[in-house]
Design a protein around this ligand. Structure first.
Ligand code: ADP
Ligand code: MG
Length: 290
């Protein structure tokens, strides 16, 4: 590639809202045949809120909120922040949590008022869910909501449904990528049913769900081993190894510094239409050069 053509491409990229970090990035973009998207914070706004709550028989709503709110107060996850916000709004003060531990990609645990409390994905909770709660959980997941379950001293106390809204630009960007002949994949730590519902809403072709943070880069490698040339779009600390492993890493500018550092392209706008634009730009630039 000639320096002039690349400079022009960088200028055009800046207009589109793509910051091209290296010349290699543009070269890689040309050969991409698969685009992998992180779900939370990338395809969705990441502004999660609690939309439903289910306390099991015999557990007051207030108790469920107090236990979960107290543990999540120490968590840095957006899910934790949403649960704590609701708990504070309804209860005011929350009790302190001791021995807090974040469980990446799964949930959080801690001791509240002498009780061991676990909050997280249904697959984290070992005890069987009582029937009515299990029904709520599967209803939430079918609707594309994220279900979080709470256990106290090993006994299930209830659950929360969290909703996140898809970015307005997501569906159009996916359709445009398909028109360009690319395959799309959603990669998420969220459960399979929720991920499938969101993927269906956006028209995403493939889903890799329930992937733990450490497994995201591995999932990219697996696609590459099938001979696919992969772009990854992400935002979280969790996504940094996958962004670095991908043939082309695209980070949302609203993402964490770690993700930005690992990416080849930074999407300055949170408008996802810049993803197909960047790929088209790279293809056109390299055609001009040859
Ligand atoms: P994503 O890949 O979509 O960004 P994460 O890997 O951060 O998601 O989290 C995956 C799943 O782990 C969540 O959908 C949720 O079920 C659970 N989880 C993670 N952290 C927490 C937390 N602090 N509280 C409750 N659940 C959590
Ligand atoms: Mg994310």
């Amino acid at each position: 590639a000639t320096p002039t053509a690349l400079m022009v491409a960088s200028g055009r990229g800046a207009q589109l809202g793509v910051f091209i970090k290296g010349q290699q990035a543009l070269e890689s973009a040309r050969a991409i045949d698969t685009v992998v998207f992180d779900k939370t914070g990338t395809l969705t706004s990441g502004r999660v809120s609690v939309v439903d709550l289910h306390a099991v028989d015999g557990v007051p709503r207030e108790t469920l909120l107090r236990l979960a709110g107290a543990v999540e107060d120490a968590s840095e996850h957006v899910i934790g922040a949403a649960i704590t916000k609701l708990a504070r709004r309804e209860l005011g003060e929350l009790p302190p949590v001791e021995d807090f531990a974040g469980l990446p990609g799964l949930g959080a645990r801690g001791v509240v008022g002498g009780h061991e409390v676990v909050v997280g994905s249904p697959r984290l909770i070992e005890a069987r869910l009582p029937g009515p709660l299990a029904e709520s959980v599967s209803r939430w997941e079918t609707l594309g909501r994220t279900a979080v379950v709470v256990a106290r001293d090993g006994e299930v106390a209830g659950g929360f449904a969290l909703a996140d809204t898809a970015r307005a630009s997501a569906k159009g960007a996916v359709a445009e990528l398909h028109r360009l002949g690319l395959r799309t994949v959603m990669l998420t730590g969220d459960n399979r049913a929720t991920a499938k519902a969101v993927a269906a809403e956006l028209g995403i072709g493939e889903v890799a769900a329930e992937v733990l943070p450490a497994g995201k880069a591995e999932a990219i490698e697996k696609l590459q081993a099938e001979g696919r040339v992969v772009a990854m779009v992400g935002d979280g600390v969790n996504d940094a190894p996958a962004l670095a492993r991908a043939d082309l890493g695209l980070a949302m500018v609203t993402g964490t510094d770690v993700a930005l550092g690992a990416a080849d392209l930074v999407l300055v706008r949170t408008e996802l239409s810049v993803v197909p634009c960047a790929i088209r730009l790279a293809r056109a630039t390299l055609r001009t050069i040859r």
